[in-house]
Design a protein around this ligand. Structure first.
Ligand SMILES: Nc1ncnc2c1ncn2[C@@H]1O[C@H](COP(=O)(O)OP(=O)(O)OP(=O)(O)O)[C@@H](O)[C@H]1O
Ligand SMILES: [Mg+2]
Length: 245
């Protein structure tokens, strides 16, 4: 589904992502892990077109999408969420999802409708599927943090992605919120047949839901493989999982 080949990006001479390759199969759940500053968010930004790679390629279903602008990549089927929340805090929860649907699908034949009607039914349905229907009329900025991240997922799903990249979907959540959020993600990914790629610092979460793991360290791939392979990797244990040999 997604084939990343030797992607590199430097900022003023500092190599943040260094020849990173990653192949992800359809419907597979992959975690990209690594310490702060390892290059995870930069790697995501290169895939989604928010940053232009210095070299390397990104293939989506065999099609070269390297250097394509973010809105076009989104239309081609790669959705994402950001490490910091990206919601319209003054709009209602429902309006946030409506705005996302509108951004993705345009006005279509609905040209004469009043704006508050746009995609209302779809937005309500989407909120239902992520368990936020009861909050539809709340102002997004007043939601509990965990619910804001849930809403972010809803916004990302509004573009009906095949591949979904989530940058620290549980950052700042309590242990309970984290477990709930990951359960929700697993369910949604299963229902929609999503190919999921996420970054996460909580190793319990990573090892419980990822089918494949890539470990980044100083911009390079330190290891990749199944959770068992990565857990057993001596180099990973030394530099990342914090165990002494
Ligand atoms: N726009 C930028 N300009 C300059 N340096 C940057 C820029 N973006 C990222 N970097 C640097 O690139 C490196 C990788 O950053 P990145 O945000 O990708 O790491 P990360 O793995 O996502 O870290 P974290 O776990 O803290 O989110 C860091 O040293 C960071 O300071
Ligand atoms: Mg990051």
């Amino acid at each position: 589904m997604l084939d990343v080949r030797k992607l590199s990006k430097a900022f003023a001479g500092f190599v943040a992502v260094d020849a990173v390759s990653l192949a992800v199969e359809t419907r597979q759940t992959t975690a990209v892990i690594g310490p702060n500053g390892a290059g995870k968010s930069t790697f995501f930004n290169l895939i989604t077109g928010h940053l232009r790679p210095d070299s390397g390629q990104v293939l989506l279903d065999g099609r070269d999408i390297t250097g394509t602008p973010p809105h076009r990549i989104c239309r081609l089927g790669i959705g994402r969420s950001f490490q910091r929340t990206n919601i319209f805090t003054r709009l209602s929860v429902l309006e946030n999802v409506q705005a996302a649907l509108l951004a993705h699908r345009g006005r279509g034949h609905d040209f004469w409708s009043r704006s508050e009607r746009f995609y209302r039914d779809e937005a309500e349905e989407l909120l239902g599927s992520i368990g936020l229907a009861h909050q539809a009329d709340s102002t997004a900025g007043t939601l509990a943090y965990g619910n804001q991240k849930q809403l972010e997922l809803g916004i990302a799903l509004a573009s009906d992605p095949q591949v979904l990249l989530l940058d620290e979907p549980t950052a700042g959540m309590s242990a309970t919120e984290t477990r709930e959020a990951m359960k929700l993600l697993e369910r949604i990914a299963g229902e929609r047949g999503l190919t999921l790629i996420f970054t996460e610092h909580d190793m319990e979460v990573v090892f419980s839901i990822a089918e494949k793991i890539a470990v980044l360290h100083q911009g390079r791939v330190l290891a990749k493989g199944t959770p068992a392979e990565v857990r057993a990797d001596a180099e990973v244990r030394r530099v990342y999982l914090g165990e002494r040999p």
